[in-house]
Unconditional design. Sequence first.
Length: 168
Amino acid sequence: MHFTKNISYKLKRLVPALGLAGAAAMMPACDKSDEPIMPQTPPSTTPIEVELYFSVDNFNEIAGDLLYRGPEPFYSPSAKLKDYALQPEISNIYLVPRGTWYQYDTYDIQALYFHTLNPLLKYSPKIRGRGNFVFTPGTASSRDSLWLVEHGWTVNQQMAQNIKSKQR
């Protein structure tokens, strides 16, 4: 079986429709040169936070050379710390102590914040403290503890929580 279907076209409607379609394709696109250009907003970047760790026997990530300028020596920031401080996408650099600090006496604690931590914090406003120093109870004076707490660290936090739980 063979089917044949005749489709009749009305040429008087088809010719004008094809003419309009062709003319529309030939027209130039709209010129937007007179419209104001909106400034491009930079892609929103979430601030990056970096943690640098140090311990009683390892200050390599945070401290560089011992400098002798002025009456007291102090440690310069490490190359890694300087690099992070110069990067605009980094919002905060946290110095985090690791381990216990039982071998530090009152003099060592004062030297730690005066010769090491304080110069590093002054290097950039991005640098802050985070974490817990675990000293032998009673070795950190109230002035030393307050200075550490003001700059973001805690002192013997776990011990304080244990004492509170035993008092209940």
